[in-house]
Ligand binder design. Structure first.
Ligand code: NAP
Length: 253
């Protein structure tokens, strides 16, 4: 896909990886549309981008809410009449061991709420946004691209039952949709980042983060723009579909 004049929708774009994607793609003459749950953060991100000459449009939406996602895509289609790419980037972590014995002789367990909230955003949100975006792509015969952001944790990571399950699910969806949507000329790819310096990884205890960085063969955490570079590659490479691009500095967990 040539990026010039394309309309690219990025979820979770108010900060972190999504913001880096908007920044990299925005200088390539695309129209970048930022989606996030928090409108204030989105507005400040829009301002940051405009200081660098990138004009982005912002829409707040909880991507785990079916009716809000339907309304959002109706609005986008009405306003732009074109969606060339969707980057399913929004995600959350709610880490906990499945069952960790505590000092009271009981357990600190992963709650259903922790489980469900991560599945809702990281898996169901990806499904809802892709269903709406691909409907429009098929109807308008747009040879679009969907990119799902998975994670190195898809292989199974301690303390991340919910997150690992969702991120593995996202890879299964990538392969399934690549097969289903190929007949419409739509490509679907995924990226599995390792540990990247963003607000999300700032939630991890500094001592653990230091250990993690030291365990990466390349000896450091990744930079958000290195993931955005992967997004750019998948968008531009017309033979990439149904696969996961691993950008993790060589780390295996
Ligand atoms: P981040 O800094 O936390 O940014 C994620 C953005 O998504 C936040 O602005 C967040 O808003 C928003 N969001 C959360 N729930 C949402 C919802 N229901 N609807 C719409 N937006 C919502 O995370 P990041 O590090 O940039 O990560 C981006 C993606 O990469 C995620 O899918 C993450 O799982 C994945 N990933 C990240 C890393 C890493 O090392 N950073 C590694 C592997 C994979 P709030 O802040 O208000 O919740």
């Amino acid at each position: 896909m040539q990026l010039e004049n394309k309309v690219i929708v990025i979820t979770g774009a108010a900060q972190g990886l999504g913001a880096a994607m908007a920044s990299r793609l925005g200088v390539k003459s695309c129209k970048v549309i930022l989606i996030d749950i928090n409108l204030d953060k989105l507005q400040s991100q829009k301002l940051e981008l405009s200081k660098r000459g990138i004009e982005a449009d912002c829409f707040s939406c909880d991507i785990s809410d079916e009716s809000k996602v339907s309304e959002l895509f109706e609005q986008l289609i009405e306003q732009y009449n074109q969606i060339d790419a969707l980057i399913n980037n929004a995600g959350i972590i709610r880490d906990s061991f499945l069952n960790k014995p505590n000092a009271n002789g009981g357990f600190d367990s992963l709650s259903l709420n922790q489980w469900q909230s991560v599945i809702d955003v990281n898996l169901t949100g990806v499904f809802l946004c892709t269903r709406e975006a691909s409907k429009h792509m098929i109807a308008t015969k747009t040879k679009g691209v969907i990119i799902n952001i998975s994670s190195i944790s898809r292989a199974g990571n301690i303390g991340q039952s919910n997150y690992s399950a969702a991120k593995a699910g996202v890879v299964a969806l990538t392969v399934t949709w690549a097969k289903e949507l190929a007949r419409a000329g739509i490509r679907v790819g995924a990226i599995a980042p390792g540990f990247i310096a963003t607000e999300m990884t700032q939630q991890i205890k500094p001592a653990i983060l230091k250990q993690v960085a030291a365990s990466v063969p390349l000896g450091r955490m990744g930079d958000a723009d290195e993931i955005a570079h992967g997004v750019e590659f998948i968008l531009e490479n017309d033979y990439f579909s149904g696969r996961v691009l691993e950008i993790d500095g060589g780390l295996r967990i």
